[in-house]
Design a protein. Structure first.
Length: 500
């Protein structure tokens, strides 16, 4: 059964609020100095179920004063945490990984409730998010350094990496657990304390993760959590705090540019994972069924609401008809509904604005001459549903090829050769990830080298891995997350000249 088959009564009465197994009703405040407390103003914000529009919970709505208090607490806890041994920091993260894994099903249901994604997607996210805790538990004891002799021979050169200071962490709603662990874990492993501002749509998972870290032995104040419906003054207060030395942000390029300008006032270290417009290339000679397998992962993970989601499909003319038919068949078989329903393959979008954006992009493409092969119309009734949609023969100039869709919408463009595919793939200000399928590995690798992207998936539909450096080029960001590079974003490199 799809979302279009659900009656308004069935959707509104589905009881998502009762599924918050991982959410402690007492934990609805701001985490400041190791304690959950209300906002200074007493204000609260609603957390909504995107499948029903029902209120799941009310949480504290922070202002600038609260952000300063959290940063003060992180600054006070900073010296002691930086002085702990790497093994101690590793132990906290390892214990958090074990607790997180034990409670994985609770966390998955919490993610599904506030984000809307299917339980299958939420469970995959739990596995992915947990791995950042384990990876950085291991990396905490491997912060590199070096000792060498100066070329002139008069002294030794000692290079070390030290905690940079308090980190301001701003995470999006599309991966409520993984985006938190991908930032919090390396910051703590490096010896930094941090203040986390999770997305207002999905704060409950972040709150649970913070509690698990505290239970694992993280000292009071080492991690603050401030939820807010008005991010600008809260983040501005954090960036203006004298102890904050690092900003890590995942979100849109437009917001990222604003934060970079603000961070420049204090010359903060910045790691920015910004918007994407990922091309998916199916070159002549490709195995179409394998490419379709990859396309379903790259497009439909999280209902298309991922920065790594395939946004534009460039398919060789000899394969275009077969690929379009196959993708239409596969996407048409995906069950749309509430994330908590075990049969659901695609949950709702995060909010009404996301549905309106998807509708606008699809309508624009059709108006310009694209053929609608599947979907294309949001259902009536409650919830923020949009069906899997396939567009063929999408013309140049269509907005769906230029904007990040963040919905289960697949626009297909026919190309005549590899050069055309690469040129179209690179014709964007973004450069986060690209996907390449080709009949020969050598051909795929040659093509991958020509693509302007920070990450390329060759003959596979999944690129993210905690052990690999995640990040983009051009306007898709600065710096890297994951791998050892992600930890070094939270350190300052110090050179010491030593007479020997």
């Amino acid at each position: 059964m799809s979302a279009m088959d659900l009656t308004a009564t069935e959707r509104a009465g589905s009881g998502a609020a009762a599924e918050l197994a991982g959410h402690d009703p007492a934990r609805t405040g701001l985490l400041v100095g190791g304690a959950w407390r209300p906002a200074a103003s007493g204000a609260e914000l609603d957390v909504l179920d995107p499948a029903t529009d029902a209120v799941l919970a009310r949480v504290a709505d922070a202002g600038a004063e609260d952000a300063v208090a959290a940063a003060d607490a992180a600054a006070a806890a900073g010296p002691a945490w930086a002085a702990t041994s790497p093994r101690e920091r590793s132990g906290v993260l390892q214990r958090a990984f074990e607790a997180f894994t034990r409670r994985g099903e609770e966390v998955a249901r919490l993610i599904s409730a506030e984000n809307g994604k299917s339980l299958a997607d939420a469970r995959s996210e739990v596995t992915y998010a947990a791995e950042f805790l384990r990876w950085y538990a291991e990396e905490a004891v491997r912060v590199p350094g070096r000792l060498g002799r100066a070329p002139g021979g008069g002294n030794r050169i000692l290079v070390s990496h030290r905690p940079a200071g308090v980190a301001a962490l701003v995470t999006p709603w599309n991966f409520p657990a993984a985006m938190v662990t991908r930032k919090v874990a390396p910051a703590l492993a490096a010896g930094c304390t941090a203040v986390l501002k999770p997305a207002e749509q999905t704060p409950l998972t972040a709150m649970l993760l913070a509690d698990l870290l505290r239970e694992a032995g993280l000292p009071d104040g080492a991690l603050g959590v401030v939820t807010t419906s008005d991010p600008a003054p809260v983040v501005d207060a954090l960036l203006g705090h004298p102890a904050v030395r690092v900003l890590s942000f995942t979100g849109s390029t437009e917001v990222g540019k604003v934060l970079l300008r603000r961070a420049a006032d204090r010359v903060l270290r910045c790691a920015m994972e910004l918007g994407g417009n990922a091309p998916f290339l199916v070159l002549e000679g490709s195995d179409v069924e394998a490419a379709l397998d990859g396309a379903m992962v790259a497009k439909m993970r999280g209902g298309g609401q991922a920065c790594t989601a395939a946004n534009r499909f460039y398919v060789h003319r000899s394969l275009a008809e077969e690929f379009a038919a196959g993708l239409t068949r596969r996407m048409g078989a995906v069950v749309v509904g509430r994330g908590a329903d075990p049969s659901t393959g695609c949950g709702p979008l995060v909010d009404r604005a996301a549905v309106e954006k998807a509708s606008r992009l699809v309508d624009d493409a059709v108006d310009r001459g694209a053929r609608l092969l599947l979907g294309g119309a949001a259902p009536d009734g409650p919830g923020c549903f949009y069906p899997p949609t396939v567009l063929a023969d999408v013309p140049a100039g269509a907005a769906v090829l230029a904007e990040e869709v963040f919905a289960p919408v697949a626009p297909l463009v026919v190309v005549d050769d590899d050069d055309e595919a690469v040129a179209l793939a690179n014709d964007t200000e973004h450069g986060l990830v690209a996907y390449v399928y080709a009949g020969e590995l050598s051909r795929a690798l040659r093509t991958a080298e020509r693509l302007e992207a920070g990450m390329v998936a060759v003959n596979r539909g999944l690129v993210s891995d905690p052990a690999a450096p995640f990040g983009g080029v051009k306007e898709s960001g600065l710096g890297r997350e994951g791998s050892q590079e992600g930890l070094l974003e939270y350190t300052e490199t110090t050179y010491t000249a030593v007479d020997w």
